[in-house]
Design a protein around this ligand. Structure first.
Ligand code: PLP
Length: 415
């Protein structure tokens, strides 16, 4: 195999490794297949991956310079794959990271036909690279795409492409002698059709970058400020449950106003009742002693009204709690209000609150500001209470190889 060539996942075999900069796997672009003279759109197919090595690979930045500028530093390569309604998905490409061109009239620029995902790749303490439940991300991505009229794809094929990019750039950008480090995978899908007029895109582009991301789960606890009374992040029947760019841009005004007042993120409330939903770009959980039953409960907003994102960290943490904490704790997915949180705090029943997500991991919340009052929550030595610490440890073990678990997908690397 050529130097730097990768082991692709099973369906992407057939590398005709050459010593040049370009490796073609199973041919070039997909021929348009036809039936009765009509084209059959091709499905996303990772085995058609075309690999073009970067002619000018960059130096891996040291810790001080990784976040020294506003530009997110990406690795040497990215994945792109074009789609059009007639031909379907083209052969995906793994190619040098860099800009691509779009027509100024592209659908995404005017009608927000965009969705994305976010997941990390971890360099384990056993020296191996792992993704955490990428199948959940690719399936959620598919649901998001459907919500905004973008094309469908086989999520397992996308997972193979994610693995291919990580296998290609991971060894250099996440060196084996730096266990505990991670990089961030950002798949995105945009409508590229250059027609002004509100219509379903007939052309789209899927791309995936691998980049640095700041560690957000630093000790000290998050300070949250509840959303302004006249602002709502998502609503029943809307698209809060989908990972669309259109959910995030409009949230920035409130987030900046909160920052200006010394808070880190918004705790988004919903409706006149003030239901707790999400904290910034993460799910939100409270641990309290239930007023009626006296039981310890982990409570978080439900998925059934489609207001919150079905976070993979949320889902994993609830599953672990159900599997491992047994009768000690009740897991409750239900609507609960800010007033109930305040009441629990006043009555000494509020034990912990934390934000959970890929970026924030499990970050304890130390303060929630609501309509003029600050509610303080104990975060122990800065890393959170009993349950935040337990979840952090369990998830870290899976992500960094401390525990052999089906949620940790090992990415193959050259020896
Ligand atoms: N909620 C929102 C709005 C988010 O953007 C995210 C992050 O992706 C989450 C929750 C947490 O989801 P996950 O655990 O899949 O990262």
């Amino acid at each position: 195999m050529a130097p730097g060539a990768i082991s692709l996942p099973p369906s992407a075999n057939g590398t005709d490794g050459t010593n040049g900069t370009k490796e073609i796997i199973n041919g070039t672009n997909l021929p348009t297949k036809t039936q009765n003279g009509l084209p059959i759109p091709a499905g996303l197919d990772a085995s058609k991956l075309i690999i073009t090595k970067s002619p000018s690979p960059r130096a891996v930045p040291d810790a001080a310079s990784a976040f020294a500028t506003e530009d997110t530093i990406c690795t040497d390569h990215m994945i792109t794959c074009a789609w059009d309604r007639t031909r379907g998905w083209s052969a995906p490409e793994l190619k040098p990271f860099g800009p691509f061109s779009l027509m100024p009239t592209a659908s995404v620029l005017h009608y927000a036909t965009e969705c994305f995902e976010g997941l990390k790749v971890y360099r384990g303490f056993d020296g191996r690279l792992r993704l955490f439940r990428p199948d959940c991300n690719t399936r959620r991505f598919l649901r998001s795409a459907a919500r905004v009229s973008l094309p469908a794809f086989d999520p397992d094929e996308l997972e193979k492409l994610l693995v291919a990019l990580v296998a290609f750039d991971g060894p250099k950008w996440l060196p084996r002698d730096e266990p505990g480090a991670f990089l961030y995978l950002r798949p995105a899908l945009i409508g590229t059709q250059s027609t002004l007029g509100v219509c379903t895109p007939t052309k789209a582009l899927l791309f995936v970058t691998l980049s640095y991301m700041k560690k957000m789960d630093s000790p000290g606890g998050l300070k949250l400020c509840t959303s302004p009374e006249d602002t709502v992040r998502a609503w029943a029947g809307g698209f809060g449950h989908a990972k669309l760019g259109a959910n995030y841009g409009p949230s920035l005004v409130a987030a900046q106003a909160a920052r200006d007042k010394g808070y880190d993120q918004i705790l988004w409330l919903y409706g006149p009742e003030g239901y707790c939903t999400e904290a910034g770009a993460s799910n939100f959980m409270v641990v309290w002693t239930d007023k009626e039953s006296g039981k310890t409960q982990i409570v978080t907003a439900p998925l059934d009204d489609s207001i919150i994102l079905d976070g993979i960290t949320r889902r994993s943490l609830l599953q672990l709690a159900r599997d491992r904490l047994g009768d000690e704790v009740e897991v409750v997915e239900k609507k609960y209000t800010m007033n109930e949180v305040i009441e629990a705090q006043r009555e000494g029943r509020l034990r912990e609150t934390f934000a959970v997500g890929t970026a924030y991991f499990v970050t304890p919340v130390s303060v929630v500001h609501h309509r003029g009052i600050d509610i303080h929550i104990d975060i122990g030595d800065g890393y959170g209470g009993k349950y935040a610490l337990l979840f952090t440890q369990w998830l870290k073990d899976i992500m960094y190889g401390g525990e052999d678990h089906p949620w940790g997908l090992v990415v193959p690397e050259e020896a």
